[in-house]
Design a protein around this ligand. Structure first.
Ligand SMILES: [Zn+2]
Length: 298
């Protein structure tokens, strides 16, 4: 006879790391976006998602995690963007955990490592060594004390090959960057796929899982994790961006118009990086898109 223990989840939101590379068009210093890590746990074991990217963040998250007194079995990474996982190696080592991701995400992790010297390390000091140690799991499924954790591949959202973690027994989806919550969305990589349609399809795939709660990779920690609200707001943000892209001529105008509609959203630097990329590609057809995307952050 065995008893299946109910799972619980808690969220740790790491503040963005310090950044020292200039100002936004409105004169504010550049900054990053808060990164949310989810700890799902039973009576003994636990699984962690998206453990952020600097050494300071790894220490803060690790100390919080240590206080939960669970055996960390796995660290799941939703997608390849370095801010979600460059610290995974430190956490994996500290807690003796396995790192899990899809094959698509693992390929994107390698691409993000390749971009460290001219992108990540230029903007953010204090990123630890970040070898890719992630492995896939059979059928995109693993378990925590008898409960299924299901990896759902949703394609392109704010980057290629993104996935979410569905925990049916909690009515929970850990959505990475497919759904956002009170923070500006990174729109830049839509230039690679011709717009926001793939992202909208990814949102539909999350909605089809019928979650009650969604933890977003970037969220304002003052807000709740209501699935219906966060899905609706994420769709609305893309619709607003589409509309403003049609009416505004320059990246600065786009930036200002979005801030006017979303005055309380965090991470205006992410908005600016997206705007710079969208208008950079629009204004310089034929130029290297990868270079435009990277330059938009610098
Ligand atoms: Zn992100």
């Amino acid at each position: 006879m065995s008893t299946i223990v109910t799972l619980t989840y808690e969220v740790f939101v790491n503040d963005p790391p310090p950044q020292n590379n200039g100002l936004l068009p409105n004169g504010e210093p550049k900054g990053g976006s808060p990164v949310a890590s989810t700890l799902i746990y039973g009576s003994e074991d636990a699984v962690l998602t998206d453990p952020a990217f600097t050494m300071d963040q790894a220490h803060a998250l690790g100390d919080w995690l240590a206080g939960k007194r669970r055996n960390l079995t796995d660290i799941f990474i939703t997608h390849g963007h370095g801010d979600h996982w460059f610290a995974a190696g430190l956490l994996a080592e500290r807690f003796g955990a396995r790192v899990v991701a899809t094959a698509g995400t693992i390929a994107q992790m390698h691409a993000n490592i390749a971009a460290r010297p001219f992108l990540w390390d230029k903007v953010y000091p204090g990123i630890p060594p970040s070898p890719v140690t992630a492995v896939t799991v059979p059928g995109n499924r693993f378990t925590l004390e008898g409960h299924d954790l299901v990896i759902v591949e949703v394609g392109h959202s704010d980057t290629d090959d993104t996935s979410v973690l569905h925990i049916p027994d909690l009515g929970l989806v850990v959505a990475g960057d497919v759904i956002y919550n009170g923070a500006h969305m990174y729109l830049g990589e839509s230039v690679v796929v011709g717009g926001f349609e793939p992202w909208r399809e990814a949102i539909d795939r999350v909605e089809a899982l019928k979650p009650r709660r969604i933890v977003c990779g970037h969220q304002n920690k003052q807000l709740d994790d209501d699935a219906e609200r966060t899905i609706a707001e994420t769709r609305h943000y893309l619709d607003d961006a589409d509309e403003i892209l049609r009416t505004e001529i320059t990246a600065v105008d786009f930036f200002n118009a979005m801030i006017e509609r979303y005055p309380n959203h965090l991470a205006r630097t992410v908005l600016w990086a997206g705007a710079s990329a969208l208008y950079g590609v629009r204004d310089h057809p034929g130029e290297d898109v990868g270079q435009i995307l990277a330059a938009a952050w610098l």
